[in-house]
Design a protein around this ligand. Structure first.
Ligand code: NOJ
Length: 575
């Protein structure tokens, strides 16, 4: 086997400067934010669903991991038709997760450990069990109650056809017909997701006022910011024209033909400018450490449109889903890193990086699929199974690359353990509404939402004391449990701790980044910070790559790295 030598790699070249570094050191420009999916992190009550007291009890684990903040997926009162993204009361906690006092305790404990808390805000739709929607159903067509949501008359003489042809993201039509008080078939309401998630009418000032009040409620309780769900969906094109393009949040390939009338309408920006003023008003000292921040979940293409959400009077950050969707190839990753910085730097916003979340197949599984496989919506027992060894190896290398990149980074619970998806989950236990609404065509997101393994030999791998779990855990989770990795050299958990420690020590989140053009097999980058220069090298090729002589290795994604970098491995070093 031949080795690519450092003489062939010109790591001393200037490279191409892609990013000049942060204009200031506000925490949200470089924070590493850990996503907790409350249903699946830690279950103090033992009912099989995680809860707030469980989270609070395990916060020291996050301090030891070295993250700056947590983002909690929804814990509000909810019938859980979409795992909490169907909110019935925006100002209260679902009894499944605890009570408001538990939220207060969580926030104050996190703060005392130096961890900020970001909560999920779901403004596009509520639950159909929200008081407003119940009142809208009880009220007459044309009433102020109905105007809080998107009610329309149906088409055809008897109104029996939906108002337009929109499909819902979870499958099936985006409209449901209601029965009026007199028992006759009546109007239709819009739901871009499940029928149990009616869309709000954001043209109505009462909706705007309500959400401004909800923001204040959580800011008053002490949270540090918001992750905003479906931030690109609130305003719909006037007249609700038919749309024949793909109806999901990810496939925007028909943009050339027509801008999707339900996504990325210019009117959303005015709403966020109002929210930004509210957040800013909570920083009464002017010290950036007191900034409250918001991050947009906006599936928007091209990156220049996405960057509009992070202009300096709107969101602080937006998720960078392009990076998450990029195939494991040096050239593609180099390109997406360059385009991400180009778009965000133009508006002075930090770029964020993310590889996994509760909506996508975990990267340890995704990267184990043949390179270039389109991202699946779930993997099932009948599908070709990912290569677990290659997947984990690439996942560790991908994270090592990601955490070197200046900007913010999001980690999804359990990726620090190298967890794969549950890829052989029985269909009978699936709960994602996508599965039922597409009649099993889309498996959905349950595979990445499985309860976390804390200790190998306890019931439910230590998720609780009873052994209940709302989704089954695969047996492989036992060997990956926290207690199997803590303090074990070379474990994925210790790799993450090391990466986060060095990232902080060397200020990588705030640095300037140059990439060197080293062809298809190698991604080489240099991050300059006050702490010096850190080199990053990732080997995608089959042949090992020589690490320059004189280099001091800071951390590598595999334990066997010394003078050469094997395939699918990443390293940080100084020279
Ligand atoms: C995006 C969330 O991340 C996802 O989990 C949810 O199903 C949809 N928005 C609808 O709220």
């Amino acid at each position: 086997m031949s080795t690519v030598t450092s003489a062939e790699l010109d790591l001393s070249a200037d490279g191409t400067l892609l990013h000049r570094g942060s204009p200031d050191s506000a925490w949200w420009r470089s924070a590493v934010i850990y996503q907790i999916y409350p249903r699946s992190w830690a279950d103090a009550s033992g009912d099989g669903v995680g809860d707030l007291p469980g989270i609070t009890a395990h916060l020291p684990y996050l301090r030891n991991l070295g993250v700056d903040a947590v983002w909690l997926s929804p814990f509000y009162t909810s019938p859980q038709a979409d795992a909490g993204y169907d909110v019935a009361d925006y100002r209260d906690i679902d009894p499944l997760f605890g009570a408001l006092d538990d939220a207060k305790t969580l926030v104050s404990q996190a703060h005392s450990l130096g961890i900020r808390v970001i909560v999920d805000l779901v403004p596009n739709h509520s639950s159909d069990e929200h008081e407003w929607f119940k009142a809208a159903l009880a009220a007459a067509p044309g009433s102020p109650e109905r105007d809080l949501y998107m009610f329309r008359e149906g088409k055809g003489d008897d109104g029996s056809q939906p108002p337009n042809n929109w499909q819902s993201v979870f499958g099936g039509p985006a409209w449901t017909r209601v029965t009026e008080a007199d028992g006759t078939p009546g109007q239709w309401y819009l739901h871009l997701f499940d029928p149990k998630q009616p869309d709000f009418n954001w043209e109505n000032p009462a909706v705007r006022a309500e959400f401004e009040s909800v923001l204040r409620f959580w800011l008053d309780l002490g949270v540090d910011g918001f992750r905003v769900d479906v931030a690109h969906g609130l305003i719909k094109e006037a007249g609700l024209p038919d749309w024949t393009g793909a109806m999901n949040m990810l496939d925007l390939t028909d943009l050339d033909k027509q801008h999707p009338p339900m996504w990325d309408q210019d009117g959303v920006h005015e709403i966020y400018r109002g929210w930004r003023k509210i957040l800013d008003s909570y920083n009464t000292t002017g010290d950036a450490a007191n900034d409250r921040a918001m991050c947009a979940e906006a599936w928007v293409d091209p990156p220049e449109r996405a960057a509009l959400f992070v202009r300096d009077d709107e969101f602080h950050q937006a998720f960078n889903f392009d990076f998450l969707q990029t195939p494991w190839r040096a050239t593609d990753l180099r390109e997406v890193i360059a385009s991400s910085y180009a778009a965000n730097d133009k508006v002075g916003a930090p770029t964020t990086w993310v590889l996994s979340n509760h909506d996508v197949v975990r990267h340890a599984s995704r990267l184990g699929l043949p390179i270039g496989t389109p991202r699946p919506n779930g993997i099932g027992a009948d599908d070709a199974q990912p290569d677990a060894v290659a997947g984990l190896r690439r996942a560790r290398a991908a994270t090592t690359l990601m955490l070197a990149l200046p900007g913010g980074a999001y980690l999804y619970q359990g990726e620090e353990l190298g967890l794969p998806d549950h890829t052989t989950m029985p269909d009978a236990v699936r709960q994602d509404p996508t599965f039922a609404r597409t009649h099993g065509k889309e498996l959905g997101r349950d595979g990445c939402r499985v309860p976390l393994p804390w200790s190998k030999d306890e019931p439910a791998f230590g998720f609780n004391r009873t052994g209940n779990a709302w989704l089954p855990q695969p047996t492989v989770y036992g060997d990956l449990a926290v207690d199997q990795q803590e303090g074990v050299a070379g474990s994925t958990l210790e790799l993450y701790r090391e990466l986060l420690r060095i990232r902080k020590e060397r200020d990588l989140g705030e640095g300037a980044l140059s990439v060197l053009d080293e062809g298809a097999d190698v991604l080489a980058a240099r991050v300059e910070t006050r702490a010096g220069t850190t080199q990053v090298l990732v080997n995608f090729g089959a042949e090992p790559v020589e690490i320059p002589s004189g280099a001091t290795v800071l951390v590598a994604s595999e334990p066997d790295v010394d003078t050469t970098l094997p395939t699918d491995t990443a390293v940080w070093f100084t020279v």
